[in-house]
Design a protein around this ligand. Structure first.
Ligand code: OFO
Length: 173
């Protein structure tokens, strides 16, 4: 059974994961109307779907452990970006914020001696390592590319491979 404190903290994370899904959905929609970045667009849509799955996993976990997952409303995300570089910088900042939030949840689980939740959260800890690493790789590449359109063309061509490689080498199944 979840303590009230643990339940409230997990519900907060439901909101953060759902908000992440909205943030990346907004990036996807913006990217979709930019010329020539179809795979980057697909990356954002896919990332948005993954965040929704992260949210649902916590919803089910709370309910299965005798709590109640309260579905929150979400804030309006940033909808346009000055450039693709800005979008990915903002994605990295967002992931760093999410990692900090997962770390706080782990602290709470330990303080509450809630080892089941602690165990559940390990998947998120690993996932955040993976996502931050990928976001950093893409940001590094964009920095090298700068204003070079052919570089952006190549990044768009390779981004889905990059994602697959990242999850094969680092991520949880
Ligand atoms: Fe939910 O993994 Fe990113 O934020």
């Amino acid at each position: 059974m979840l303590s009230k404190t643990m339940q409230a903290a997990l519900n907060e994370q439901v909101k953060i994961e759902g908000q992440s899904s909205q943030v990346y959905l907004a990036m996807a929609s913006w990217a979709e109307i930019q010329p020539g970045i179809d795979n980057i667009t697909a990356f954002f849509y896919r990332h948005s779907d993954e965040e929704r799955e992260h949210m649902l996993k916590i919803v089910h976990f709370i309910n299965e452990r005798g709590g109640f997952a309260a579905i929150p409303s979400f804030e309006k995300p940033q909808m346009t970006f000055p450039s693709i570089i800005h979008a990915f910088k903002s994605l990295l900042d967002h992931e760093i914020m999410v990692s900090e939030s997962i770390n706080k949840l782990v602290d709470i689980a330990l303080a509450e001696k809630d080892y089941a939740t602690h165990n559940f959260l390990q998947w998120y800890v690993a996932e955040q390592i993976e996502e931050e690493a990928l976001a950093r790789t893409i940001n590094d590449k964009l920095e090298l590319i700068g204003e070079d359109k052919s570089g952006l063309y190549l990044l768009d061509r390779d981004i889905l491979n990059l994602v697959a490689r990242n999850s094969n080498t680092m991520g949880p199944a």
